[in-house]
Write a protein that binds this ligand. Structure first.
Ligand code: C2E
Ligand code: MG
Ligand code: MG
Ligand code: MG
Length: 277
């Protein structure tokens, strides 16, 4: 009986695995047509400088699948990366987000996330410059967000790429700091304007002394190096107050504003107030 049970479990397990694999395979196939069919769209999340000034928005990619509904980026971006589609998709995001930013007040920046594939592509900096030129956005209104994973390979070329972007006047933010292979030598060598503290540390910053120590350390480190600090995933007034007292420069999170479609931004700007900060 035990043997049968085991086999039954194995069969059931294989069946659900198979369904999962088929679903992934279906998603992967439909990812290839998503760009042509216009199924991608961008939401924008406000970046707020303390005490209470909106400085711009981060562009966050979404995929409206015809049957599966809206699929979050953490699910499909790794697939797109693996299939070599992220260069093209990333360029679509960059162009559309930059074009969108030209409709905002002229002191607002737009932050765009880069995937490793996109960043490592030859001619990347030329493409960025061409897009800014095409849409008519000043270079200092674009902030490119990269993660440490982007920097893992080909270090000298990475440094060249980042230096070229800096010379163009584009700002660079180090995203999700503290979650991966945080190497302090990156901070010594690369021209970052901003460090973004991952929401993992912000989540319990009011109550967890270890998170408090880490966040204080990152803020001090960034300021000592002449960089700005943004806290991600700020959800409560308590977190915002704690961060403000420690001189965190910018806040981003659902407390300040959740990601919203481009056509909701006008209304948001008319009605937003950060009196709670
Ligand atoms: P990220 O760049 O670190 O973006 C911040 C993520 O935190 C977003 O998730 C945002 O919706 C979420 N978030 C913002 N405020 C809060 C909050 O108060 N609480 C919580 N729990 N979460 C909050 P999202 O939109 O699902 O994006 C996930 C990741 O996907 C992004 O993390 C980024 O790494 C990647 N991504 C998004 N768009 C693009 C893109 O156009 N290109 C590339 N390469 N990656 C992208
Ligand atoms: Mg980001
Ligand atoms: Mg982040
Ligand atoms: Mg993050």
């Amino acid at each position: 009986a035990a043997k049968n049970d085991g086999r039954g479990r194995a069969r059931a397990f294989n069946r659900s695995m198979l369904i999962m694999l088929e679903q992934r395979e279906m998603l992967r196939r439909s990812l290839r047509v998503a760009l042509q069919e216009g199924q991608f769209f961008i939401e924008y999340q406000p970046l707020v400088e303390l005490p209470e000034r909106i400085v711009g928005f981060e562009a966050l990619l979404r995929w409206r699948h015809p049957y599966a509904g809206v699929i979050p980026p953490n699910l499909f971006i790794p697939m797109a990366e693996a299939d070599g589609l992220m260069g093209e998709i990333g360029e679509w995001v960059l162009e559309n987000a930059c074009r969108q930013a030209t409709t905002w007040p002229s002191h607002f920046i737009v932050a765009v996330n880069l995937s490793p594939a996109q960043f490592l592509l030859g001619g990347f900096t030329d493409r960025v410059a061409a897009i800014l030129d095409e849409v008519g956005l000043a270079a200092d209104r674009l902030e490119l967000e990269i993660t440490e994973t982007v920097l893992l390979e080909r270090t000298t070329n990475n440094l060249d790429t980042l230096n070229t972007l800096e010379i163009l006047g584009i700002r660079i933010a180090l995203d999700d700091f503290g979650t991966r292979y945080s190497s302090l030598s990156y901070l010594q060598n690369f021209p970052f304007d901003t460090i973004k503290i991952d929401k993992h540390f912000i989540n319990d910053v009011e109550t967890n002394p270890k998170s408090q120590t880490i966040v204080r350390f990152i803020i001090g480190l960034a300021h000592g190096l002449g960089m700005r600090v943004t806290a991600e995933g700020v959800e409560t007034v308590g977190q915002a107050t704690w961060l403000g007292r420690r001189k965190c420069d910018r806040l981003q999170g659902n407390l300040l504003g959740a990601p919203m479609p481009a056509d909701a931004i006008g209304d948001f700007l008319d009605h937003s107030s950060f009196a709670m900060l």
